[in-house]
Design a protein around this ligand. Structure first.
Ligand SMILES: [Zn+2]
Length: 242
């Protein structure tokens, strides 16, 4: 049969052409975005943070992932990455690399200064997986910023870490296994962990509860904006099995 070789020749010719044009499209898109960001966020002069915001703005959560969280008693503050970026822009929240209060903290939001700080160790990064992780960290901190109360609770962290989990799954769907070889703490001990723990098959989510207890166990179970659900209450309960 002569059909097969002809079609394979065609596909050989057409695929590199396609690649070139889509790379150009992507570059043009980024230039347009860059100009838009600069208009909306004139303070933004860091390329890594700009790229992280751009990736975040394009991020769509899967509706079934949002529903899965809801069934666990987890409510996400933003329904998409774009919603979070819009909030950051509207509230004039600054984002910068700086020292965090403890070196092990990946990112934090200062309510009084209205600043999201990303751990200084990632300043100037061009590592794509780290840039995506920074996007996820910005998303989480934008959740804290939305409350406008400067404090947190176990349920509040669950709501935002759950949002991180579905954001991470969305990046995995979009870009494949970009995070798997990374040794960076923001990935290995951050965003990758929660995507796994929230979506573990165990209906009791024991590993998630253990981790939250370890990291956030001193916080109150819930607060005005985040009334505690079953998982948050279990985290606060003295349970010898955990
Ligand atoms: Zn938090």
């Amino acid at each position: 049969m002569s059909i097969a070789p002809i079609s394979s020749v065609f596909s050989n010719i057409s695929s590199p052409l396609k690649k070139i044009s889509s790379a150009n499209d992507k570059q043009n898109e980024e230039l347009i975005h860059s100009a838009e960001f600069l208009k909306l966020m004139p303070w933004l002069n860091d390329k890594s943070i700009e790229k992280a915001l751009l990736e975040l703005e394009d991020l769509e959560f899967a509706p079934e992932d949002i529903k899965y969280l809801k069934n666990m008693g987890i409510n996400v503050p933003y329904k998409s990455g774009a919603e979070a970026v819009k909030f950051i822009e509207k509230q004039n929240i600054r984002i910068m690399f700086d020292k965090t209060t403890e070196p092990g903290i990946h990112a934090q939001y200062d309510f009084w200064k209205n600043i999201i700080t990303i751990n200084d160790r990632y300043r100037g990064t061009t590592d794509f997986s780290v840039i995506l992780a920074i996007g996820e960290a910005i998303l989480h901190e934008a959740g804290h910023a939305k409350d406008q109360d400067g404090d947190s609770s176990v349920q509040e962290e669950l709501d935002f870490l759950g949002m991180n989990a579905i954001a991470h799954r969305a990046f995995l769907r979009k870009y494949g296994e970009v995070f798997s070889d990374s040794q960076e703490p923001i990935i290995k001990d951050g965003v990758s962990v929660y995507a796994k723990l929230f979506f573990e098959a165990d209906p009791e989510k024991k590993n998630l509860i253990r981790r939250i207890k370890d990291k956030y166990g001193d916080l109150p179970a819930g607060d005005r904006m985040h009334p505690p659900g079953a998982i948050a209450r279990t985290v606060k309960r003295n349970n010898p099995r955990l």
